[in-house]
Design a protein around this ligand. Structure first.
Ligand code: IDP
Ligand code: MG
Length: 153
């Protein structure tokens, strides 16, 4: 039985929100068949973002990244379904939008790495860490997904 309850943390960064791409990005995950488990609009604190990106703290772009991520509200989401982490990354495209295929979110809607409009967890372990960093347990909504029987055999 495949694991249809894998979860990934997907965020629409401040540029994605300001550029009115929230609906389009959510629509892609909905249309693909993933189940929305949590969603909120947040103005993240510096400390919260530094913990989120803790693995990158030695990078030269780290201060700029934190400033960018603090520059406006972020849409934080959890999406669930088969292979959600890997498929989520594929749907976002490459970190550098110039290397992202057309048809991916970054390949269709942005140009530069430092303004790449979205985030997606890179492994199941980081997804679990990021989900609990951004959401309280009771913000992860448990409900029956009616489409499930039409998505999975
Ligand atoms: P990812 O978002 O595709 O997982 P990471 O390497 O984890 O890519 O980097 C996190 C974020 O840091 C990127 O999405 C991008 O916003 C920013 N970033 C990464 N590399 C650079 C860079 O060379 N210049 C500016 N920003 C960068
Ligand atoms: Mg990353």
């Amino acid at each position: 039985m495949p694991n249809t309850s894998e979860r990934t943390f997907i965020a629409i960064k401040p540029d994605g929100v300001q550029r009115n791409l929230v609906g389009k990005i959510i629509q892609r995950f909905e249309e693909r068949g993933y189940k929305l488990v949590a969603l909120k609009l947040v103005q993240a604190s510096k400390n919260h973002l530094e913990v989120h990106y803790q693995d990158l703290k030695e990078k030269p772009f780290f201060p700029g990244l934190i400033k960018y991520m603090q520059s406006g509200p972020i849409v934080a989401m959890v999406w669930e379904g088969l292979d959600a982490v890997r498929q989520g990354r594929a749907m976002l495209g490459a970190t550098n939008p110039l290397d992202s295929n057309a048809g991916t979110i970054r390949g269709d809607y942005c140009i530069q790495t430092g303004r790449n409009i979205c985030h997606g967890s890179d492994s199941v372990d980081s997804a679990n860490r990021e989900i609990s960093h951004w959401f309280k347990q009771d913000e992860l909504v448990d409900y029956e997904f009616a489409n499930k029987v039409w998505l999975y055999e």
